[in-house]
Design a protein around this ligand. Sequence first.
Ligand SMILES: *Cc1c(COP(=O)(O)O)cnc(C)c1O
Length: 406
Amino acid sequence: MIPFSPPRIDDVICNEVVAALKSGWITTGPRTKSFEKKITEYCGNKNTLCLNSATAGLEIMLRWFGVGEGDEVILPAYTYSATANVIIHCGATPVFVDVNALDFNIDFNEIEKAITEKTKVIMPVDFGGMPCNYEAINKIVAAHKSKFKARTDIQKKLGRVLVLSDSAHSFGASVKGKKTGSLCDVSVFSFHAVKNLSTAEGGAVALNFEEPLFNNQLIYNDLCVKTLHGQNKDALAKTQKGNWKYDIVEAGYKCNMTDISAAIGLVELARYDSDTLLKRKHICDTYNSLLKADDRFELPVFKEGERISCYHLYPLRIKNISEQQRDAIIQEIFNSNVSVNVHFIPVPAMSFYKNMGYDVMNYKTTYDNFSREISLPVFYDLTSEQINTVISAVKEAVNTVCLKEA
Ligand SMILES: *Cc1c(COP(=O)(O)O)cnc(C)c1O
């Protein structure tokens, strides 16, 4: 069976994890702090906070911004449910909007239509690693300043809708040579096991607020407290001589990153551009070259103008098929011992959201993208032979399903 996206676990990773385990410090400590600094250098943002997941990072930023009951948060209907769930956690209302057919990302015209006086945050999603056009999104929030109703001090200071990017897929992607993390107010990365850069579980909040209006270092300090019980000193600081006393300044959360995870992240980051991304690009380019002559397939885009993907997913679409045919094609592909996936079942199609009254059919392009989408395996150890096997399995499956019904 060709797997979908197993993590790359080699001796280098194992040795660094063992070194972390034997170092005497396994929770948040020197490795996490070093990983944060290196992410900041890599992305060109201002400060970075590592956490145990992207989900925790998204929620903490909504809470930091004071998002709550009566507020609206705009997000694409086509994303993983984590993006929407955190809005629910805060008591706010998710306002789903449709995406575009080109790259599966949020549709700007739909953002414009969805902004109201209740809108506090926009959460664009860099689907499959393709970064959104942040220049356009930043322009939209600037243009709607007069509508924004600030309630908290932080909201007053920003004076407009916050752009909180779900960059779970897009670590290493860029627009006009600038990396994600440095393209809007805040971007949140995921280092979950299936993501491009994995720490088993993990995430990072890339702070990039305009200075000197905001002091990103102070926001970072504040977030450290919020993500560790509301405790004014972390475990490492408390080990300093005579520094045992601590206070709880708020009822904080608990979602810090461990140094064991950071050990994996440091290895992955050091070889990310020179190795990981090159391999992923090679796989995606090879899939494209093997499929492009066959006009039944709609190939994913990895570069559009000055936006460049980090090749997280290979979201293939098949032309003129129904959702049922897509499902049957997937079954056939699995029968050839190839694992594929669908990214994503749109959030409004999920039971919880359906029960709230959302209907996926209100998001036409989202449904159309979803109903014809199959994500092919992309992972570091995928061989050329396996790439050929995947493509043969896909073509045969489409032949079987579509010819049977023709
Ligand atoms: C994976 C993913 C998340 C959640 O990341 P975690 O680190 O698992 O919390 C959020 N949004 C999208 C689009 C994702 O794919």
